[in-house]
Every structure is written in structure tokens, then in C-alpha cells.
Design a protein around this ligand. Structure first.
Ligand SMILES: [Zn+2]
Length: 90
């Protein structure tokens, strides 16, 4: 792993950002290598004051609706993984 690696998942919510269309935008309109479109826009977090717990609850809800089967199997693991992301460990 190098400093300039592009991340496979958003470092705020753990959503996949492998595709460019899922990436957030920097202030200069380049794609963010770290955050998704739902967390990050124009170089800033969309919800700068959200807490880790709130983010986990939000993602749990979203995951349940989008992937009901996956959520039953991996929901807990996914939610736990959010706490280890860069935004929450700095
Ligand atoms: Zn995100």
C-alpha cells in the first residue's frame, strides 16, 4: 500500500468506490480517491458533523433496503468495518 493508492471503498461509509461514478468530487472537480458521492462533494463532507454512530445507523438502514439478504449475513461486519475507516480513526 502506498500513499497515493486509490481506495476501493469510501473512507467514510465503506461503500464501494471502484467505479468513477460513485466517487465524490474535490473542490477542483477531480474525483476523490477516498470518499463516495454520498459523503463528499466539492472537497467537503456533505455532513461534516455526523458522528460515527449516526453514520453507522444510516448505513445500516441503507444496506437493509438495498441488500436485504446481504444485510442479514454481513450487516454487522459491514457496520463494524465503518469504525475502522480513515475518517473515523484520525
Ligand atoms: Zn461514503
Amino acid at each position: 500500500m502506498t500513499e497515493n493508492q486509490s481506495y476501493k471503498k469510501c473512507q467514510s461509509c465503506a461503500m464501494s468506490i471502484k467505479k468513477d461514478e460513485n466517487k465524490g468530487l474535490e473542490a477542483n472537480k477531480t474525483l476523490s480517491m477516498k470518499y463516495c458521492q454520498f459523503c463528499y462533494k466539492d472537497g467537503e463532507f456533505i455532513e461534516p458533523n455526523i458522528t460515527l454512530k449516526e453514520m453507522q445507523e444510516k448505513c445500516a438502514e441503507f444496506f437493509k433496503i438495498e441488500h436485504p439478504v446481504m444485510s442479514t449475513l454481513f450487516g454487522k461486519k459491514y457496520i463494524t468495518s465503518i469504525a475502522k475507516l480513515e475518517r473515523w480513526t484520525q
